[in-house]
Design a protein around this ligand. Structure first.
Ligand SMILES: NC(=O)c1ccc[n+]([C@@H]2O[C@H](COP(=O)([O-])OP(=O)(O)OC[C@H]3O[C@@H](n4cnc5c(N)ncnc54)[C@H](O)[C@@H]3O)[C@@H](O)[C@H]2O)c1
Length: 442
């Protein structure tokens, strides 16, 4: 089938390459000409394991091309798949500016019947609204157009695996022939389909992310209690997760969730609920716990090591490992908290960051605050003379850092593990004063 994927970000590029690999003819369309140029030259504009190799393979095979030419992008394919961003506005609702732009571009260039597939996460009611918007702009007797909701569930860092092995494929729509076309796209994948109306499909995506966010906040809140009563929260999570009704996923205590999806999708659900005068108390509390988790952790740090005037090494600024995505990153928020507490110097190591201007701050920082942050690429230089190391992201390479050697380089060997990633016994044997999140009585 001929498919144009509109938006070549994390989701769009992955989806375009996977569909191309499944045998379809794919055009990737993006308004960002620099991104398009990079992609056509075989350079992935972001980091995602395995995707750069697939990009090069598919470009060589000639089964994919990237373009910023909207006419070409819209006229060449019968399936138009939308994967543009839907970021939060300041009020918490999703900003549909990019979706609106795509509607205009489709209406301008439509040349044949089309199926429009929405992969972007859009508020409940959006797909129906998109159908109406398109019908209002297009002569649908000449060019019938059908919008189908097909929310995406991939995770950054394992995007390829998730695309080839979807937990489910949700398709929301009104017209069977359009739904069948979307099923055909994935006919060579093993997946279970759930077919429903627009609103149900949209709600499945938000309710899933809301549930996972609350699950993380649940274990983090239990961790606060476990911390004071001496229970090992990782053991608690393992024991809980052995119950198939609970499952072990998203039960890892830490400094909270971040990234481009959970915070924004929780905000959108809460916004919608407020509009509809429904009080989503559980979700609200889940968000509140997450928002306060870093302050709780920093307080724990400060109870052992007053932070004013100290030098602290922070490991990780991406919101998780194996991605360069810093959107809503807990590591960055933690750095901002440390600056507020008067830390003299913050040193940062992250495999995806080599200079300060690559850090995406979550709030406006004054220049003098930024001057207190330095990026290091040399591990030994970074550890020399620090009063504490704080781990915020579970990059695999952090587990093999020269921890034993580092102890001797520090000013004081405090190690605060915000992800319960390192082995406490081993770290203590090396001489670290290791503190994790509720790691039990040792
Ligand atoms: N990133 C994830 O892990 C993930 C997972 C599931 C769902 N989603 C959802 O998928 C959507 C995309 O997320 P993302 O992380 O890929 O975003 P992204 O910011 O990485 O990519 C969006 C792309 O859309 C392009 N774009 C903006 N306006 C455009 C227009 N008018 N025409 C063509 N291109 C345009 C941008 O230039 C950008 O390259 C969002 O709704 C998000 O919530 C994301």
């Amino acid at each position: 089938m001929k498919i144009t994927v509109i938006g070549s970000g994390y989701v769009g590029t992955t989806t375009a390459l996977v569909l191309s690999n499944l045998g379809h003819e794919v055009i990737g369309y993006d308004v960002d000409t620099l991104k398009v140029k990079m992609l056509n030259n075989g350079i992935l504009p972001f980091r995602e394991p395995g995707l750069d190799q697939l990009l090069q393979e598919k470009l060589k095979s000639g089964r994919i091309i990237f373009t910023s030419d909207s006419r070409f992008a819209i006229t060449q394919s019968e399936i138009l798949m939308i994967s543009v961003g839907t970021p939060s506005t300041l009020s918490g609702n999703a900003d549909l500016t990019y979706i609106q732009q795509v509607i205009e571009v489709i209406a301008t260039h439509i040349n044949e019947p089309k199926v429009v597939v929405t992969k972007s996460t859009v508020p409940i009611g959006t797909n129906r609204w998109m159908q109406q918007q398109l019908e209002a702009r297009i002569d649908t007797n000449k060019y019938p157009i059908e919008v189908v909701s097909n929310p995406e569930f991939l995770r950054e860092g394992s995007a390829l695996h998730d695309s080839y092995h979807p937990s489910r494929t949700v398709i929301g729509g009104e017209v069977n022939s359009a739904i069948e076309k979307v099923k055909q796209l994935y006919s060579s994948l093993q997946t279970s389909y759930f077919i429903c109306n627009y609103e149900t499909a949209e709600m499945i995506k938000y309710a899933s992310n809301g549930f996972l966010a609350v699950k993380i906040s649940y274990i983090n809140e239990i961790a606060r209690l476990a911390d004071v009563v001496g229970a090992d929260i990782d053991g608690v999570a393992v024991g809980m997760g052995m119950d198939p009704r609970i499952s072990p996923h998203h039960l890892h205590a830490g400094i909270g969730y971040g990234g481009s999806c959970f915070p924004k999708d929780v905000d959108e659900l809460l916004y919608l609920a407020t509009q509809k005068k429904i009080n989503l108390r559980l979700l609200k509390q889940g968000k509140h716990i997450n928002d306060s988790q870093i302050a709780w952790f920093v307080q724990k740090v400060e109870s052992l090591l007053p932070l004013k005037g100290k030098r602290v090494l922070v490991l990780g600024v991406t919101f998780k490992e194996d991605t360069d995505d810093q959107r809503e990153s807990p590591g960055i928020r933690l750095i901002e908290h440390l600056l507020d507490r008067g830390v003299d110097e913050i040193r940062v190591i992250d495999p995806t960051v080599t200079s300060l201007d690559q850090i995406r701050w979550s709030k406006d920082l004054l220049d003098r605050e930024k001057k207190r942050v330095n990026i290091f690429t040399n591990e030994d230089e970074a550890a020399t003379g620090v009063h504490a190391v704080v781990l915020t992201t579970t990059w695999p390479q952090f587990s093999t850092y020269p921890w034993q050697k580092w102890v001797g380089l520090t000013e004081s060997p405090y190690l605060f593990d915000g992800r319960n990633f390192l082995n406490p016994q081993e770290m203590r044997r090396f001489g670290w004063h290791y503190v994790g999140i509720a790691r039990g009585v040792t």
